[in-house]
Design a protein around this ligand. Structure first.
Ligand code: C2E
Ligand code: MG
Ligand code: MG
Ligand code: MG
Length: 292
């Protein structure tokens, strides 16, 4: 039973809200500082041909080195970066790291491997950012090596992405990839209106696919539609031999990305592990390993 007339309660709420606000300000400040100090780096994960184990492409996955030097995955900061208006700068930092490391990337994964960069749906719908990003890709001198990964929400949202922004990237030869397919709001029929080169089936459908008839049905539907539309299908989050065996036996899906083939890896780890033959590097890029 609350004895005081609510005054103490109000004081309690004030104090806890105050603490929450303080905590948020701290997180915000440390993120701003991280951007200022460019304390970001990329881990790279390969997209593998499941028949030959050749690396088709790689995806850059941003990481933050926090105040204490601990590496943080994007789940802990990407949304906040979006809210604070810092995510565009982050994407430019990702591109800058790729350009700086392009020789090592080519040595490690092959000079033919495409290089994917994630773009949040909100960024994709912002013509100003997308123009500056397209320009930055063009200025690398090798824009046709790149792909941008966007979720299906970017295509469905009422913005200029599909009609005006995408053609700009296509003209540069930049590939378009639909990320996390199946988790957004679009229906399969909406896919018919989307022009993309690649469709990545979300991990939630791939996990234990060999044991889940409903996911198998969905996979078949996405597969045949993608085939009809000329899009390459990639299975995301492939972790086990059983999942791989199912894809090989029951589907025509040719590419997968996941811990089974490779964890996201830091290029510095490869540099440190010298001397490394080109065969060893290739196997590092396409076999299960590191813990990032
Ligand atoms: P995503 O683009 O769908 O990337 C796949 C995520 O799944 C990555 O998490 C990757 O490490 C993880 N993953 C890969 N294979 C497996 C697997 O076999 N099992 C499991 N359990 N997970 C696997 P990560 O690196 O934490 O990134 C999370 C998300 O953050 C990304 O999802 C992407 O949406 C976003 N993100 C990453 N880098 C950037 C960036 O530079 N810009 C923007 N805007 N978003 C980014
Ligand atoms: Mg992605
Ligand atoms: Mg994904
Ligand atoms: Mg995802």
């Amino acid at each position: 039973r609350i004895k005081n007339n609510g005054k103490g309660l109000a004081a309690f709420f004030d104090a806890s809200m105050e603490r929450e606000a303080q905590a948020r300000i701290k997180v915000e400040q440390s993120l701003r500082l991280a951007i200022l100090e460019k304390r970001f780096c990329c881990a790279f994960q390969s997209k593998v041909d499941i028949r030959t184990q050749a690396v088709k492409g790689i995806e850059a996955l941003v990481r933050l080195r926090d105040d204490e030097g601990v590496i943080q995955a994007p789940g802990s900061f990407i949304n906040l970066a979006g809210e604070l208006g810092l995510i565009d700068e982050l994407t430019h930092l990702v591109l800058a790291e790729i350009v700086k490391s392009i020789d090592l990337i080519n040595d490690t994964f092959g000079a033919e491997a495409t290089i994917s960069i994630n773009v949040a749906a909100k960024q994709a719908g912002n013509p100003e950012f997308m123009r500056s990003f397209a320009l930055a890709l063009e200025e690398t001198g090798f824009p046709q090596r790149f792909m941008i990964e966007v979720t299906e929400d970017a295509f469905v949202a009422k913005n200029h992405f599909q009609a005006e922004i995408l053609p700009m990237f296509r003209k540069l030869g930049v590939g378009i990839s639909i990320d996390d397919f199946g988790t957004g709001y679009s229906s399969l029929s909406a896919l018919a209106d989307i022009t993309a080169d690649e469709i990545k089936i979300d991990r939630s459908f791939i996990t234990d696919i060999h044991k889940r008839p409903r996911s198998q049905g969905i996979l078949r539907a996405i597969e045949s539609l993608s085939e009809a539309l000329g899009m390459t299908v990639i299975a995301e989050g492939l972790e086990s031999f059983e999942e791989l065996a199912y894809l090989q036996a029951a589907t025509k899906i040719r590419y997968a990305q996941g811990y089974y083939f490779s964890r996201p890896i830091f290029l510095e780890e490869l540099k440190l592990a010298t001397p490394v033959s080109s065969e060893a590097r290739a196997s590092v890029a396409s076999r299960p390993m590191q813990q990032n």
